[in-house]
Design a binder for this molecule. Structure first.
Ligand SMILES: Nc1ncnc2c1ncn2[C@@H]1O[C@H](COP(=O)(O)OP(=O)(O)OP(=O)(O)O)[C@@H](O)[C@H]1O
Ligand SMILES: [Mg+2]
Length: 356
C-alpha cells in the first residue's frame, strides 16, 4: 500500500503551463483515475508521480517521503512503482515469459519462484498459451497485456497505468477492467489509472480526477461526479447532457426560446444554464408537464433513444424506456416529465452547441 501527497504540483514545458498547481492526497489502496480529453495533462501528471519528469513547482510525497521537491528528486527506479505506459514497450528479443519475468530476474529472485509468479500473472492477463511467443508474433492488445503482466509481477505497492486497455477489443477490455480491479483489491495496491474513457473511469475508480486543459475540474467518487458535477464541462464529459439557456427568478428557471418554466429553489439567479440528462427525461402523457413534439426515435434494444423538440426547434435528447418505442409517431405531440435537472451559472460559453 502507498499513500501519495501532491502539494501544489505544476508543470510547464518552456513557457506553456500544461498542468496548473494541484494539491491532493491519495489514500492507501485507493483506485484513482485521471480522466480528461486528449492533451489535458494526464500522462504528464503520471510521469511526474513516476519520476520521469521534474515538477516546475511543488512537491510529491510517497508514504510521507519527499520523492520530488525543491531539493530532492528520486529517479523512477527508486520509487518502487509498477508502470504501464501509453506507448507500452515490450522487449522484442525476449519471449512473453521472459518479458514478464524480467523485473524479478534483475532483482535476483530464485528461478522456481519466478516460474510460479510469472505463471500466475500469465493467467491473470490471459496469456498462458502465448508464453513462448516473441512480441512480434502478438497482436497489439496481447503486447499491451504483456506490459501489464510485467508491471504486476513485482507486486508493486503503487501501480501507474496509462491507458493500459486502449488496444483491446470491447469484450476483452471489459474483462480486463474487472481483472485489474480485482488485482488491485487482492493485492491492496494503490492504483493511478489514466483514461479518457468515462465508462472505464466510472466502473473502476474509488475517485475520479477530471482534468481539462491542465486544470483539475473536480475530484470525487463516480457518483459525485455524475450526480453533482461542478460545472458544465464535468456534466458533459461524464454522461450525456442537454444544455438549455435559461433565466432563474422567483422560484423558477425559465427556458429561453420556449418560455417553459421549471420550479427551482437553488441559489443561482439571473442567466443560467440548465442541464438535463437524457435519461432524466420521460415521455409521459399523463404526468408530463412540458409540451413537446417527437422528432425521431431509435430502438436500441434496452432503451428508446429519441430526439424531442421543446418548441422553436430546441431539440433535446431523451433516453426513455424501450416500451415507449413506437408508441408515438414522429411529429406527434407528446408531454415530457423531467425527473431531475442541474443549474449552472452562465459563463458565456455556448454549451447548447454541444450535441449529446
Ligand atoms: N515533453 C514535452 N514538451 C512539450 N510539451 C509537452 C511535452 N509533453 C507533453 N506536452 C504537452 O503537454 C500537454 C499535456 O500532454 P499529456 O501527454 O499529458 O496529455 P494527455 O492528457 O496524456 O493526452 P492523451 O489523452 O492524448 O494521451 C499537451 O499539450 C502536450 O502537447
Ligand atoms: Mg496521455
Amino acid at each position: 500500500m502507498s499513500e501519495i501527497s501532491i502539494n501544489k504540483i505544476s508543470k510547464s514545458f518552456g513557457n506553456v503551463e500544461v498542468l496548473k498547481p494541484f494539491t491532493e492526497k491519495f489514500k492507501d489502496g485507493e483506485f484513482i483515475t485521471l480522466l480528461g480529453p486528449s492533451g489535458c495533462g494526464k500522462t504528464t501528471m503520471l510521469r511526474l508521480i513516476a519520476g520521469f519528469e521534474k515538477p516546475t513547482s511543488g512537491e510529491i510525497l510517497i508514504d510521507n517521503k519527499v520523492v520530488s521537491g525543491e531539493k530532492t528528486f528520486l529517479p523512477p527506479e527508486k520509487r518502487k512503482i509498477g508502470m504501464v505506459f501509453q506507448s507500452y514497450a515490450v522487449w522484442p528479443h525476449m519471449n512473453v515469459f521472459d518479458n514478464i519475468a524480467y523485473p524479478l530476474k534483475i532483482s535476483g529472485v530464485k528461478k522456481e519462484e519466478i516460474k510460479q509468479k510469472v505463471e500466475k500473472v500469465l493467467e491473470i492477463v490471459h496469456l498462458s498459451q502465448y508464453k513462448d511467443r516473441a512480441p512480434s508474433e502478438l497482436s497489439g492488445g496481447q503486447q499491451q497485456r504483456v506490459a501489464l503482466g510485467r508491471a504486476l509481477v513485482a507486486e508493486p505497492k503503487l501501480l501507474l497505468l496509462d491507458e493500459p486497455l486502449s488496444n483491446l477489443d470491447a469484450k476483452l477490455r471489459e474483462e480486463m477492467r474487472f481483472e485489474i480491479k480485482e488485482i488491485q483489491r487482492n493485492l491492496k495496491i494503490t492504483v493511478i489509472y489514466v483514461t479518457h474513457d468515462q465508462i472505464e473511469a466510472m466502473t473502476m475508480s474509488d475517485r475520479i480526477i477530471l482534468i481539462n486543459k491542465g486544470v483539475v475540474q473536480q475530484i470525487g467518487t463516480p457518483e459525485e461526479i455524475y450526480r453533482t458535477p461542478k460545472n458544465p464541462f464535468v456534466a458533459n464529459f461524464v454522461g450525456r447532457v442537454n444544455f438549455i439557456k435559461a433565466v432563474s427568478k422567483d422560484g423558477f428557471v425559465e427556458l429561453s426560446n420556449t418560455g417553459k418554466k421549471l420550479p427551482y429553489n437553488g441559489d443561482k439567479v439571473g442567466k443560467v444554464i440548465v442541464a438535463i440528462r437524457p435519461e432524466a427525461l420521460r415521455i409521459d402523457q399523463k404526468d408530463g408537464t412540458i409540451d413537446a413534439k417527437l422528432v425521431s426515435q431509435f430502438y436500441l434494444g434496452d432503451v428508446n433513444d429519441c430526439k424531442v423538440d421543446l418548441g422553436n426547434e430546441n431539440i433535446v435528447r431523451v433516453i426513455d424506456h424501450v416500451e415507449t418505442y413506437g408508441a408515438y409517431k414522429e411529429n406527434e405531440k407528446i408531454k415530457l416529465r423531467i425527473k431531475s435537472f442541474m443549474v449552472f451559472e452562465d459563463d458565456g460559453k455556448d454549451y447548447t452547441k454541444i450535441i449529446t
